[in-house]
Design a protein around this ligand. Structure first.
Ligand SMILES: *Cc1c(COP(=O)(O)O)cnc(C)c1O
Length: 353
């Protein structure tokens, strides 16, 4: 890492430098796509992908109600309206059976979210989209390296957005993101959109932005990409160990769909008294997270979408019951055994209480 960063300091090519080109080429190859375009965050990746694929003000874009707020924000930034659908309670990804009811004349795109590291059920989503001429943008911000029926996420839709926020499976030393695509025109448009809309110096084809991937971050990512598969394999081992240790702990462990190779960005269990379990684990020094405690349609920022409480039952149940246990490559089996033993002890205490 020191060498990679020193090289940028020596070359002083801080803006769209060599490391950006190199990382883009490597990341595209990794995702089994033709092109990768580095941008400044996952949120930008989603927004610019929507714009590059032609989504406009007044359009509607369908996405899952159980996702990080950025998926909806990116839609809003384009001037389009987010239209939410529920998730499958088993996989926590977009419920394909809910899609037909969400389509209107204004639907322009679908954003399936590969949530917690598990790919959404892409084939039926792509088939429905193709029939209606809709764009499909994958939100792959939590799923670097995951596969769907053997194909890498990112290579499945018209374009896909990745985030390199430090806590993601592939994380920079700050913010970063990328869009991958097989469409040369989309890639070309993204390169302009991220760089003031410029096709050549001082010629601005579009009203673009300043949303470039920083060269120092690209250098960091170029180094870390070499380890991503190894780190994802460790996460899978950790998930397997949690699964075997928690099978009789009075909680619901996550399911992996038959089509998926999961990369376990998060290890999300479900518990009836989630808040009690979380408090008891904290008392034992075990930090947990909730992804996500307030679904998009219950956020104050999206009150104007007009969805009622109860509109998306699976999503709301996840919000009430989901608990993310520690998950990262560097965990040891002993640490996982400690966490699992604590979950057992806490659920026993809850039964007695
Ligand atoms: C992290 C994340 C984003 C946003 O990425 P940033 O780099 O933080 O802007 C979007 N969607 C999902 C599902 C995410 O997890």
């Amino acid at each position: 890492m020191d060498n990679a960063l020193s090289r940028v300091l020596r070359e002083t090519d801080f803006i769209l430098g060599h490391a950006v080109d190199r990382f883009e080429a490597r990341f595209a190859r990794y995702c089994q796509t033709e092109y990768a375009v580095g941008v400044d965050s996952g949120t930008s990746a989603l927004e610019l992908a929507l714009r590059a694929c032609g989504v406009e003000p007044g359009d509607e874009v369908i996405t899952a109600a159980n996702t990080f707020i950025a998926t909806a924000l990116a839609i809003t930034y384009t001037g389009a309206t987010p239209v939410l659908v529920d998730v499958d309670p088993r996989t926590h990804t977009l419920d394909v059976s809910a899609l037909p009811d969400a389509f209107t004349e204004r639907t322009a795109a679908i954003i399936p979210v590969h949530l917690y590291g598990q790919p959404a059920e892409m084939d039926p989503i792509l088939a429905l989209a193709r029939r209606r001429g809709l764009v499909v943008i994958e939100d792959a911000c939590q799923a670097h390296g995951a596969t769907y029926k053997g194909k890498r996420v990112g290579s499945l839709g018209d374009a896909a957005a990745f985030s390199f926020y430090p806590a993601k499976n592939l994380g920079a030393y700050g913010d970063g993101g990328a869009v991958v695509t097989n469409d040369a025109r989309v890639a070309e448009s993204l390169r302009m959109l991220r760089n003031y809309g410029q096709s050549q110096k001082y010629v601005h084809e579009l009203r673009g932005y300043n949303r470039r991937l920083d060269t120092l971050q690209a250098a960091v990512l170029e180094v870390k990409l070499q380890y991503l598969d190894q780190w994802n394999a460790r996460r899978r081992e950790h998930a397997g160990l949690y699964e075997s240790l928690l099978s009789d702990a009075g909680v619901t462990t996550p399911e992996t769909a038959a089509y998926a190779e999961h990369v376990w960005h998060l290890y999300v269990i479900r518990a009836g008294d989630r808040d009690g379990l979380r408090r008891r684990l904290a008392e034992r020094g075990i930090a947990t997270g909730i992804h996500y405690p307030v679904p998009i349609h219950r956020q104050p920022a999206y009150a104007d979408l007009g969805y009622a409480r109860g509109a998306f039952p699976a999503t709301e149940r996840i919000a009430a019951e989901a608990l993310s246990l520690p998950m990262y490559a560097e965990l040891t089996p002993e640490m996982i055994e400690t966490v699992a033993a604590a979950v057992h002890a806490c659920t026993r205490e809850q039964v007695q209480a």
